[in-house]
Ligand binder design. Structure first.
Ligand code: ADP
Ligand code: MG
Length: 254
């Protein structure tokens, strides 16, 4: 049975997209069948896999607005034999308004994924930096939520709100939703601050925390401009090693 993982945090710039791209690519390297879904109108996950977001024949927007089937918007063999992508672009930013009086609007993604879920080992959803209807769709469809937390002074800010939203979705829309866990990103071993943030979040949070900590690594920031995930851009970088290890932890989670 496939596992649907929503990568979510309403804060921008915490490493959601970097984590979604590189977790998916590392899982594919482990020969897992992976579908990655770009749920952010910025389309950074789409271009991060070298796909031109402005040339998509069918994007997530078309699926959400009922203008194509899920099969039609899946791109197969994206850089890996076992990796598929549903891409997005700026069109998606209009979806919110179009959904206003649609029935079961919280379940559009879930209903679509139910048709194809069995074909994949993992479905990874990169959420937008908001707690919008798009994020609610991702959380309603997901089995688990993976929350990237940036090792910075304001790390805990907004987390209460995110956990509250997750609990609301769990009680009203998706009773089976679980926390996949928290993953620390952009860890800088040269500063005490990073270490303090990790300790502080662990003390203040009941949630499961991944052992793997993603370091700050310039190769991770460079890779998207080459349209490649880190394991194809620089497999020997500390960033590639970390996401490889995270994938292993995710696989062994059961
Ligand atoms: P989000 O999707 O949460 O907005 P991103 O994954 O886009 O966050 O990351 C924000 C910025 O930080 C991007 O420019 C990205 O390349 C960079 N970045 C993310 N993770 C790392 C890291 N571990 N090391 C260095 N740069 C990173
Ligand atoms: Mg992002």
């Amino acid at each position: 049975m496939g596992r649907i993982i929503a990568v979510a945090n309403q804060k921008g710039g915490v490493g959601k997209t970097t984590t979604a791209i590189n977790l998916a690519a590392s899982l594919a390297e482990y020969q897992k069948n992976v579908l990655i879904i770009d749920m952010d109108p910025q389309g950074n996950t789409t271009s991060g896999f070298g796909v031109d977001k402005n040339e998509l024949e069918h994007s997530l927007y078309d699926l959400i607005t009922d203008n194509c089937t899920i099969q039609e918007c899946i791109l197969e063999n994206v850089l890996f034999d076992t990796l598929s992508l549903i891409g997005s672009n700026v069109n998606l930013s209009g979806a919110e308004i179009e959904l206003i009086d649609v029935e079961r609007k919280e379940f559009i993604l879930k209903d679509a994924l139910d048709e194809i879920k069995d074909q994949y080992d993992f479905i990874v959803i990169d959420c937008p930096p908001s707690l919008s209807m798009l994020t609610v769709n991702a959380l309603s469809a997901a089995d688990t939520v993976l929350v990237p937390i940036q090792c910075e002074y304001y790390a805990l800010e907004g987390l209460t709100q995110l956990l509250h939203t997750i609990n609301l979705v769990k009680s009203r829309l998706n009773p089976d939703l679980e926390m996949e866990g928290v993953v620390f990103t952009m860890y800088d071993a040269r500063t005490n601050l990073s270490l303090q943030v990790v300790e502080n979040v662990k003390d203040n949070l009941q949630e499961r925390v991944y052992k793997t900590i993603i370091p700050r690594n310039v190769r991770l920031a460079e890779a998207p401009s080459h349209g490649l995930p880190i394991n194809l851009y620089d497999a020997r970088s500390t960033g590639a090693e970390a996401y490889h290890q995270l994938a292993e932890e995710v696989i062994n989670r059961e």
